[in-house]
Design a protein around this ligand. Structure first.
Ligand code: ADE
Length: 232
């Protein structure tokens, strides 16, 4: 039977989903609370991983080893890397890469992990297609994009760093966990999908309304995740 691991880095990103779920059990491992239960009539384990790639990878491996999840969804917010992708819009991952892996000193391109057969981790195609369809129905007021998500242990707010990422990766948005989850899922041959709502432009543009943008963005991901679970 399918069981979906749902990871958000921050409490704000998972609290509404946790409120909506039928909770059966909470297990604490590695300082993370794994909430087992049902959401949209599907078996789920919802967990706040904490911020960054290390937390995200540990969390994903625990979901696989201890909770035997069959699929992994990562939901949260991200910074836009394209002018046409606005705050509130949704990016569904086609694949994920780490923008902060840097072995250029050994001749590897930025983002390439030495001695791995790939550094591009494709999302589960069936999930991508359904998520795109569902998103356009449940969030008609925003744009839905399918494209590359890049991750690094950096909150991107420096326009120069943003430009480096744009110039080296054909990416749609940047955040701090998705590619670590994707790599862990890849190593374990578990399907995954990243769903991110845009909270900022990954530059130094005004952040006065960041909190409000984040709340709106999270509403869109919650709409999508709950309905996506109904359809799969
Ligand atoms: N999450 C949301 N916005 C982000 C940004 N600009 N950089 C990294 N992670 C983010």
């Amino acid at each position: 039977m399918s069981c979906y691991g749902i990871i958000g880095a921050m409490e704000e990103e998972v609290s509404i989903l946790k409120d909506k779920m039928k909770l059966n059990n909470i297990v604490k491992i590695a300082s993370m609370e794994f909430c087992e239960g049902e959401l949209s009539n599907k078996q789920v384990v919802i967990v706040r991983s904490g911020i960054g790639k290390v937390n995200a990878a540990i969390c994903t491996q625990i979901l696989i080893d201890k909770f035997h999840v069959t699929e992994i969804l990562n939901t949260g917010v991200a910074g836009s890397l394209r002018n046409e992708i606005n705050i509130g819009d949704i990016v569904i991952s086609s694949d994920a890469m780490q923008h902060d892996v840097d072995a250029r000193g050994f001749g590897y391109p930025l983002g390439e992990i030495p001695r791995m057969e790939t550094s591009v981790f494709p999302a589960e195609l069936a999930l991508v297609h359904i998520a795109k369809e569902v998103c356009q129905i449940v969030n008609p007021e925003i744009q839905t994009f399918v494209g590359r998500v890049v991750s690094g242990d950096q909150f991107i707010s420096d326009p120069d760093r943003k430009k480096v990422i744009i110039d080296n990766f054909q990416a749609y948005c940047t955040e701090m966990e998705g590619a670590a989850i994707a790599q862990t899922a890849y190593l374990n041959q578990i399907p995954y999908l990243v769903i991110r709502a845009i909270s900022d432009k990954a530059d130094d543009s005004a952040h006065m309304d960041y909190g409000e943008f984040e709340r709106q963005a999270i509403k869109h991901t919650v709409n999508l995740v709950t309905t996506l679970l109904e359809k799969i």
